[in-house]
Design a protein around this ligand. Structure first.
Ligand SMILES: Nc1ncnc2c1ncn2[C@@H]1O[C@H](COP(=O)(O)OP(=O)(O)OP(=O)(O)O)[C@@H](O)[C@H]1O
Ligand SMILES: [Mg+2]
Length: 223
């Protein structure tokens, strides 16, 4: 999926008046590419990711996914795009801790009303891709952080999205687990041509991308 932001501005209202977070951000992310976004805490990285992910809307400007301006689409359309076409990976995994690995991966496919045989087959395929098929029936809270993040990646891929948005996916992981998680993301990008947009504070993680962008003072620069 290709992503284009045209002159995006984002302000939040506060008692002291509007707070400017993103100022005139224009960005093109080609289909199948892998880009990283860096910048100081509070610089608007999560805000930018949430705009692309249809979780939030800009104050002004366009957010174009393929050829559709999702910033100005209705909520039902945005919800459908989120479920069907975008996979999310978060710093704290956001898994359901008492469900099994398999159940967590199957969940988005149930929400998308996929047939049971197809969901089960796909969940096995995805768990193999992240190296966790042997763990399918364990509760996720019995896995390590790195393993849980790989379950989260399998879940993000459940409905075969064309875009993965990852917000500090290695923020809670040690060096070894970080490497495993990044290799999984890189390999999905390489083999399935899924576009990946990743936010990180770690330059070694950012370096997995073809292109690194920096946000500071509401402005975007490429490095
Ligand atoms: N819903 C909101 N209402 C008001 N202000 C907000 C809201 N969400 C974010 N902000 C403000 O917008 C700015 C950017 O926040 P954002 O979460 O995008 O930063 P970030 O770059 O992801 O930071 P971090 O690296 O700490 O995750 C911050 O000043 C934050 O306080
Ligand atoms: Mg953030």
């Amino acid at each position: 999926m290709h992503v284009r932001l045209n002159a995006v501005h984002k302000y939040y209202e506060s008692p002291a008046g509007p707070v400017k977070v993103l100022e005139n951000v224009t960005l093109h992310i080609p289909s199948g590419s892998f880009v990283s976004l860096m910048g100081p805490s509070g610089s608007g990285k999560t805000t930018l990711l949430n705009l692309i992910g249809c979780l939030d809307s800009p104050t002004f400007g366009q957010v174009i996914l393929e050829d559709r301006d999702v910033a100005n689409a209705n909520e039902a359309t945005r919800e459908r795009i989120r479920l069907r076409h975008i996979g999310f990976v978060f710093q704290n995994y956001n898994l359901l801790p008492t469900l099994t690995v398999f159940e967590n991966v199957v969940l988005p496919m149930q929400l998308a009303s996929l047939r049971r045989s197809e969901r089960d087959e796909r969940a096995v395929m995805l768990l193999k891709a992240v190296g966790l098929d042997q763990r399918a029936n364990q509760p996720v809270n019995s896995l390590s952080g790195g393993q849980q993040q790989r379950v989260a990646i399998a879940r993000a891929l459940a409905n075969l999205p064309r875009l993965i948005l990852a917000d500090e996916p290695s923020g809670n992981l040690d060096g070894h687990a970080t490497k495993e998680v990044m290799q999984v993301l890189k390999s999905i990008n390489d083999t399935q041509k899924v576009t990946v947009v990743l936010v990180t504070h770690d330059p070694a993680v950012a370096a997995y991308a073809e292109q690194v962008y920096y946000l500071e003072g509401g402005r975007l620069a490429s490095g």
